[in-house]
Write a new protein. Structure first.
Length: 237
């Protein structure tokens, strides 16, 4: 039973001319054998892609990839023929399955793109590659936690080929609260604003881009700070 707070500046960092990327877990050339995942969550990359730039076509296999845009717009193209323009509030899931190629670009000539990309393993290898979107803007505007991606068939969420994982999102006004799911592994990430995590084991203040990794930690309440917060919460087995 634990709550492990990870501060934004302690993440791995990749910075090149067109990309500013912060990695919550080991990724690419960044490797720490004791920081490879939390539960089923393998990747939580916080990316800023400069205007007119992006990731050229590349391959993935046997991974469920969820992208959540915070600011700007993402243009997605993949080898299944799917083309998507992802904006804040639109959930995107790509199932790499037995193999998929895709590109991700910031089509704007003037505005940077800010997104969080997250990966979990599927239940089984070799599923049919696929793509799905769902606009959750209305649900987010109503407040509270909204299921973004799930293997449990939550209404409105994009489907994960992983029955033991659900991603929740919330846009919280100042002082607004949500109850953090009680699950074996929970990852709370605050990409916008600030929040306080309250539970039987104490209080943790989370600044912008901080995260908390909960392991068998029971019930907690997350309260937005004075400027509000946007939060992403994974619950996994």
């Amino acid at each position: 039973m634990s709550v492990d707070v990870r501060r934004s500046h302690d993440r791995f960092h990749t910075e090149i001319d067109w990309l500013d990327s912060w990695h919550s877990f080991s990724f690419s050339s960044h490797y720490d054998p004791v920081n490879t995942h939390h539960g089923l969550l393998l990747v939580n990359n916080d990316d800023v892609i400069r205007a007119g730039s992006g990731f050229p076509t590349h391959s993935h296999q046997d991974m469920e990839i969820v992208t959540w845009v915070l600011d700007g717009e993402l243009e997605h193209r993949d080898s299944t023929g799917a083309v998507g323009h992802i904006y804040p509030g639109l959930a995107q899931r790509m199932s790499a399955g037995r193999g998929i190629r895709h590109s991700e670009a910031n089509p704007s000539a003037t505005q940077d793109l800010h997104l969080v990309q997250m990966w979990v393993h599927p239940d089984s290898p070799g599923v049919e590659p696929g793509y799905e979107e769902s606009d959750l803007t209305a649900e987010l505007d109503r407040g509270g936690l909204v299921a973004v991606a799930s293997g449990k068939d939550h209404d409105g969420a994009v489907h994960l080929h992983q029955r033991d994982a659900t991603l929740w999102a919330a846009r919280l006004g100042p002082g607004k609260q949500v109850t953090v799911p009680d699950a074996p592994h929970v990852h709370v990430f605050v990409p916008k604003g600030t929040a306080t995590l309250d539970g039987a084991d104490g209080r943790s203040a989370l600044d912008t881009d901080d995260a908390a990794r909960l392991t068998e930690a029971g019930t907690h309440t997350l309260t937005a700070g004075n400027t509000g917060a946007e939060v992403l919460i994974w619950e996994t087995a």
